[in-house]
Design a protein around this ligand. Structure first.
Ligand code: UDX
Ligand code: UDX
Length: 468
């Protein structure tokens, strides 16, 4: 099928590349001309596993890039809308890009088209998109609007798209449901997975994915509620971690104990410095706002956001309690991205903490495997950038772990200790075991677990005996 995808950001670019890999002819449209040129010239603007391969495989063949939306609509049977829906001052989702794209789409509708919401949007958006297209004089029979929310996570976006837990189709006509079934048929009939060049199946995936057909409103709510519930789970376990710290319990043991309850499950219960990214913060706010508009006071979501904000302050207090005064302290920082596996720093807790610590007079040397370029655009030369985790630790009073990159959980601890001025690690992602770190000679502070010290003695005053 010929498909247009509007907006080549994290969601649009991944969706476009994967739809081409399913065998569709895809026109990826973006109104940012420089982005279109870069994509045509082979540049991959985001850090996502498997994406470079897919773009190389299909660029210029089943995947073309354009800034001519009207033409792309005219040539396509289905149009995915994946433009930004950033938050407004008051927390609502800003749908002005979605509206302007809807207006442009109406200009290209001659034969039957399905307009598909891929961006995360509040309930009622599909009604508004339909109204906008009708207001432009489009024949009501010549199009349908469908909600097809995307659940991909950054860092695993390609495999999340191709091996989804479910495919949700929110539509109010059988005809449009058929079009969406046809688009995803290579996944739901399993034929894609039988291909020798298919993207490898991740362990967690069960194939083929089920299709869940609902009304458009229910589908829009499924997306907001899913993100809000995942954020709730994270804030819940962070709150439990705070209780653990007060009573000297171990949050990992608690997670294991509650997570083995099949009604709860262990996923998305990693305590840390809080959630960030381009989705959870804005989607929880947007869901809160749309619920209020609909007359429901969803105060639970306020608490989810409050706990998340508090997690950052708690970590700052932890750094102070480990180092006493901060002015002039030299800190090594591992991680700037909002999570491991991505170069995205939007709403990154790590960036927030680095800026706060610089504000308090700390000298920071930071390392991140992929996000230093984007971080430089925001925090510039207020910090130094290292070429490795070990360089970041060099002569530092302490090492902070702020992003859960896998490589940060397999560090050469001997070497880290050798680089540090004081063997102090403050881990905002619980990547290490407190006892092991104490045995390795570190004073180790983490989230929801008691601090551990070599020989069980707090070492803030002890010089790094191993360093000459
Ligand atoms: C988007 C949505 O913002 C988010 O709500 C949803 O959860 C996932 O999809 P993302 O892909 O990360 O998120 O957005 P972004 O990286 O901002 O990309 C949006 C792209 O749309 C940009 O490349 C932008 O240039 C393009 N765009 C925006 C258009 O092509 N036309 C427009 O009118 C507006
Ligand atoms: C999220 C949703 O998972 C995805 O389904 C949706 O489509 C977009 O939003 P993303 O934001 O890319 O995806 O990453 P995710 O893996 O969900 O992590 C979000 C934040 O929560 C990150 O800052 C991460 O560090 C944090 N997190 C995640 C925790 O603190 N603990 C956890 O257990 C899981």
């Amino acid at each position: 099928m010929r498909i247009a995808v509007v907006g080549s950001g994290y969601v649009g670019l991944v969706a476009g590349a994967c739809l081409a890999d399913l065998g569709h002819d895809v026109i990826l449209v973006d109104n940012d001309q420089s982005k279109v040129t870069e994509l045509r010239n082979g540049h991959v603007p985001i850090h996502e596993k498997f994406l470079p391969e897919l773009l190389t495989r299909h660029r210029g063949q089943r995947l073309i890039f354009s800034d001519d939306l009207k033409q792309a609509v005219g040539l396509s049977a289905a149009i995915f809308v994946a433009v930004g829906t950033p938050p407004t001052e008051s927390g609502e989702a800003d749908l002005s890009y979605v509206e302007s794209v809807a207006r442009e789409i109406s200009g290209g509708i001659s034969d039957y088209k399905v307009v598909i919401e891929k961006s995360t949007v509040p309930v009622y958006t599909s009604d508004w998109v339909r109204k906008i297209i009708l207001r432009s004089g489009t024949d009501p029979q010549s199009f349908d609007v469908v909600s097809n929310p995307e659940f991909l996570r950054e860092g695993t976006a390609v495999t999340d798209f191709l091996f989804p837990d479910r495919i949700v189709i929110g539509c109010d006509s059988l005809r449009s449901a058929e079009v969406l079934r046809e688009i995803y048929a290579p996944l739901t009939d399993g034929s894609y997975y039988r291909r020798s060049d298919a993207i490898p199946q991740p362990d967690r995936a069960s194939i083929p994915p089920p299709i869940i057909v609902t009304s458009a409103k229910s589908a829009e709510l499924i997306k907001h509620a899913s993100n809000a519930f995942l954020a709730l789970k994270i804030s819940f376990i962070n709150a439990v971690a705070s209780v653990c710290e007060s009573v000297g319990a171990n949050v990992n043991q608690v997670v294991h104990g509650i997570g083995t309850d099949t009604r709860i499950g262990p996923k998305f219960m990693n305590p840390g410095i809080g959630y960030g990214g381009s989705c959870f913060p804005k989607d929880v706010m947007a869901f809160r706002a749309v619920a209020r508009e609909c007359g429901y006071d969803f105060r639970l979501l306020d608490e989810v956001m409050r706990i998340n904000e508090d997690q950052r302050q708690r970590f700052l207090r932890k750094v102070r309690s480990a180092l006493w005064t901060l002015r002039g302290k030299k800190l090594g920082v591992l991680g700037l991205a909002f999570k491991g596996g991505t170069d995205d720093i939007r709403e990154s807790p790590a960036i927030f903490l680095v800026q706060a610590l610089v504000q308090e007079g700390c000298k920071i040397t930071a390392y991140d495997p992929a996000a230093m370029g984007r971080a430089q655009e925001v925090i510039g030369s207020s910090v130094c950038y290292a070429k490795s985790p070990y360089e970041a630790a060099r002569d530092a009073d302490a090492l902070l772990i702020l992003t859960e990159w896998e490589e940060f959980s397999n560090l050469d601890l001997d070497r880290i200790r050798g680089e540090l001025k004081y063997p102090i690690v403050i881990d905002g992602r619980n990547l290490y075991d407190p006892e092991e770190m104490a045995a390795e000679g570190f004073s180790y502070y983490s989230v929801g677990r008691a601090a551990s010290y070599p020989d069980g003695v707090p070492t803030t005053i002890l010089r790094n005996s191993k360093k000459a």
